[in-house]
Design a protein around this ligand. Sequence first.
Ligand code: ADP
Ligand code: MG
Length: 279
Amino acid sequence: MTDWNRDTVPPAEVPLVGDGVTQGITRAGDTVRRPVRPFTMTVQAFLAHLHAAGFPHAPIPLGIDEQGREVLSFVPGDVPREPLPPGTAGEEVLVELARLIRGLHDAAQGWVPPHDAVWGGIPGAQVTSSTSDGEPLVVGHRDYCPGNVVFREGLPAALIDFDLAKPTSKVDDLANALYYWAPLLHPHDRAPAYVDLDIPRRVGIFADAYGMTAGQRRALVPAATRMVGRFHANMRAAAEVDPAFRRMWDDGVKDRLPRAEAWIRRHGPAITTYLTGTL
Ligand SMILES: Nc1ncnc2c1ncn2[C@@H]1O[C@H](COP(=O)(O)OP(=O)(O)O)[C@@H](O)[C@H]1O
Ligand SMILES: [Mg+2]
């Protein structure tokens, strides 16, 4: 493009490819365009609430464009891909992520979703609800995979892709983040920089930075164990109905999830001991 038409031609759209779940995402200038799904307007209402409640670390919802696509602000920064690069394995990353999620939960607290709210989910999933632990549910992000965390200067700075947001127990939402970032995975399935890390210690650092209560600390490992079981059942079901999930299943999820279940059964007690200080 030459300079003479710079002011009259709309910015060229650049495809954004993440984990390959959502097709047709583009960046146009300072905005992102995404296909509208049944839950889009509920997510936009939630994002608007977060900003109004003082949590700016998420895309700004900007409605629907002339082509009927969702418009969000583009969040500047770097989004890591799997396998997680070595620079993300530091404990300060866990601290910042935990603080971000605490800010999200505090801002989400008390938000009453619209009466006609529609929530997203993994295609074909059978078991989607989190188990109530007696605490009030909040709308959480529920998908803290690497591709949904924007880094700036080496630290988590914002969350994107709220497609799986819905009411959840806070502990379940934290378990989701720890699954990816502690991580709660068998060493065989971790990125190289994460293989030898002290997972109970990392979970403890995350818990301190979030400010987890004694009850949340006791509930974490049972919640994470149930969550990995749900992941396994849901990914198996999704692989039957959706080609992107079939690819992920065949490319390793089918082995990674049972290994994660076995790993957490074996090492969960050490995490609980560390978290609750009951040596
Ligand atoms: N609002 C945004 N700001 C910055 N980057 C974004 C934004 N939305 C999406 N992206 C980029 O596009 C990728 C895929 O988008 P995402 O919304 O996560 O879709 P998917 O459902 O495929 O995971 C993200 O990993 C990120 O790199
Ligand atoms: Mg994503």
